[in-house]
Design a binder for this molecule. Structure first.
Ligand code: ZN
Length: 438
C-alpha cells in the first residue's frame, strides 16, 4: 500500500568550503532541472512518435510490424534512454525515471493520437522533478528532519562547486501526522518510494511529494470469519455490531447537524447584514457583498470532512479491536432520491469511501450487500414484515416479540454472511405459506 505526503522543503545546503548555499541559488538550479526535464520528456515523446510512424510504414510494406529488437537492437524505452541520457545535469536514475514515465504515457495514449481523438502529448513548463527511491535519504537530527536528495549528476555537481551529489533540505513539519509519518520513514518502518519534487509558483517554494509504502497492519490478528455489520441509518448515521453481540458501535452524528444549524443561522444573519453592510463591500456586486457567506459553506464542508474522517477511523478501530476481518455494508452510489436521510447523501457516500479506504489499510475486507429488507427482518427469528417497524426508530417483531433499536437490528442482519440469499429464501417460503393459507 502506498500513500503520498506533501512536505515543504527549506534549503539547508553547504558548499565545498562549508558556506551555506542560499535558497535562491538552489531555486535557480532546480528551475534549470525543470527545464531539462521538460525537454527530455518532449524529446522522448518525439522519439516514440517517430518510431510509431516508422512502424506503420513498415507494416504497409511488409504486412507485419517490425520487432523493436531487430530495428533498435533493444526496446524502444531503452533506445530513447540511450539517446537522451547524456547532455543534461540530471542524476542518472532520476533521468531514467523521467524517460520511462514519458514513454509509458505515450504508449497509453498512442491509440488516441492515431485516431486523432487527442493531440500528441506536449509537456508544459513547471514539470515536477522525478526522484528515484535511491535518490532520497531521510535523516533525523536533534528534532529536525533532513532530506538528502540526489538531483545532479557528477559533472553538474562539480560545475556547481558542491561537495557531494546530495543536496540537503530541511523538512517543514507543521503537524503531528506529518511528524509521525516522517518518523516511521526515518526508522524504516515505512519504505520511501519514487517521489516527485514540485515548485509552487504562488507560494514560491518547493515541495516534496513523498511516496511511502507500508504493509497493511494487524491483518494477522483479524478473524476472516468474523463480520461487522454496518448500518448507515436514520436514527444513527452509523450503527455497527457483530452478530449475536449486544455490544454495538454507534455514532449519533448530532454534532454535524448542530454545527450546520449554528452556522446556517449565522449565514442568514450575515445575508441580512449584507443589505446594509459597510463601505468595503459596497459596489462590488452580489458576490463581494456576500463573500463571508460563501466562506461559511466551505466551513461546513470542511467540518463534515473532518468528522467523517473521525467517524470512519473510530469504526475501523472498533472492527480491529473486535478482531473483525470483514465489514459488510450497503453500497451507496452518492446519488439517491431518498431525502429522509439524516444528512445529505453525498456525505454518506463520502463517509463510506473513507471507511472503505481505512478498512483496506487495516487489512479488513469490505463486502457490499443489498440492504433490502434488512430493516424489516427480525434478526432473532428471521421474520420479515413491514409491521415490524411500528415507528421509524424502533424494531418490534410481530412474531417473536423481539424489540430493539431499529438501526441495531438492521446492523445485526447486515452482519450475517450471505444475508441476501437468506432473505430471498425467507421471502419465498413466506409467499408459499400465504398461498397455502388462502
Ligand atoms: Zn422475531
Amino acid at each position: 500500500m502506498q500513500k503520498v505526503l506533501k512536505v515543504q522543503l527549506i534549503c539547508e545546503h553547504f558548499d565545498q568550503e562549508g558556506n551555506a548555499v542560499d535558497y535562491k541559488t538552489i531555486c535557480k538550479l532546480l528551475w534549470e532541472l525543470q527545464k531539462q526535464t521538460r525537454e527530455i520528456k518532449n524529446k522522448s515523446i518525439q522519439y516514440c512518435w517517430e518510431y510509431s510512424n516508422f512502424s506503420s510504414d513498415y507494416y504497409k510494406e511488409h504486412h507485419e510490424y517490425p520487432k523493436e529488437k531487430d530495428i533498435l537492437s533493444y526496446t524502444l524505452g531503452g533506445y530513447v534512454n540511450d539517446k537522451l541520457k547524456a547532455g543534461n545535469d540530471l542524476y542518472s536514475a532520476n533521468c531514467s525515471t523521467t524517460i520511462r514515465t514519458a514513454c509509458a504515457e505515450f504508449k497509453n495514449a498512442k491509440s488516441d493520437f492515431l485516431r486523432g481523438d487527442k493531440s500528441i502529448i506536449s509537456y508544459k513548463a513547471n514539470q515536477p522533478l522525478d526522484l528515484h527511491n535511491k535518490s532520497i535519504r531521510l535523516e533525523y537530527q536533534n528534532g529536525t528532519f533532513y532530506f538528502w536528495l540526489k538531483l545532479l549528476n557528477k559533472s553538474a555537481v562539480k560545475a556547481n562547486g558542491f561537495r557531494n551529489t546530495e543536496i540537503r533540505f530541511k523538512a517543514l513539519v507543521k503537524d503531528n501526522s506529518t511528524r509521525t509519518i516522517l518518523e516511521r520513514c526515518a526508522a524504516s518502518v515505512y519504505d520511501i518510494a519514487a517521489s516527485k519534487l514540485l515548485y509552487d509558483r504562488k507560494k514560491k517554494c518547493w515541495y516534496l511529494n513523498l511516496v511511502y509504502a507500508f504493509e497493511p497492519q494487524l491483518a494477522k490478528a483479524l478473524d476472516p470469519e468474523k463480520i461487522l455489520g454496518v448500518d448507515l441509518g436514520i436514527h444513527y448515521p452509523i450503527c455497527a455490531s457483530v452478530f449475536g453481540d449486544l455490544k454495538r458501535f454507534t455514532i449519533d452524528g448530532g454534532e454535524i447537524e448542530a454545527f450546520r444549524r449554528r452556522v446556517e443561522a449565522r449565514k442568514i444573519s450575515m445575508l441580512k447584514q449584507g443589505k446594509n453592510c459597510g463601505e468595503g463591500r459596497i459596489g462590488h456586486g452580489i458576490r463581494a457583498r456576500n463573500k463571508p457567506v460563501y466562506a461559511i459553506s466551505d466551513k461546513i464542508a470542511r467540518f463534515r470532512d473532518t468528522m467523517n474522517h473521525k467517524y470512519s477511523r473510530a469504526l475501523i478501530d472498533y472492527a480491529v479491536k473486535n478482531g473483525c476481518g470483514v465489514i459488510q455494508m450497503e453500497k451507496l452510489t452518492g446519488v439517491t432520491a431518498d431525502a429522509n436521510r439524516f444528512m445529505k447523501n453525498w456525505t454518506y457516500f463520502d463517509l463510506q469511501t473513507k471507511i472503505e479506504y481505512k478498512a483496506k489499510e487495516a487489512g479488513i475486507q469490505i463486502i457490499f450487500i443489498d440492504p433490502h429488507y434488512t430493516s424489516q427482518r427480525c434478526s432473532k427469528c428471521g421474520y420479515i414484515d413491514r409491521e415490524n417497524r411500528p415507528v421509524q426508530s424502533r424494531f418490534s417483531c410481530q412474531k417473536c416479540g423481539f424489540t430493539e433499536n431499529a438501526d441495531y437490528n438492521a446492523s445485526q442482519n447486515i452482519s450475517i454472511r450471505n444475508i441476501e440469499k437468506l432473505i430471498e429464501a425467507q421471502l419465498q417460503t413466506k409467499c408459499e405459506s400465504q398461498a397455502d393459507n388462502s
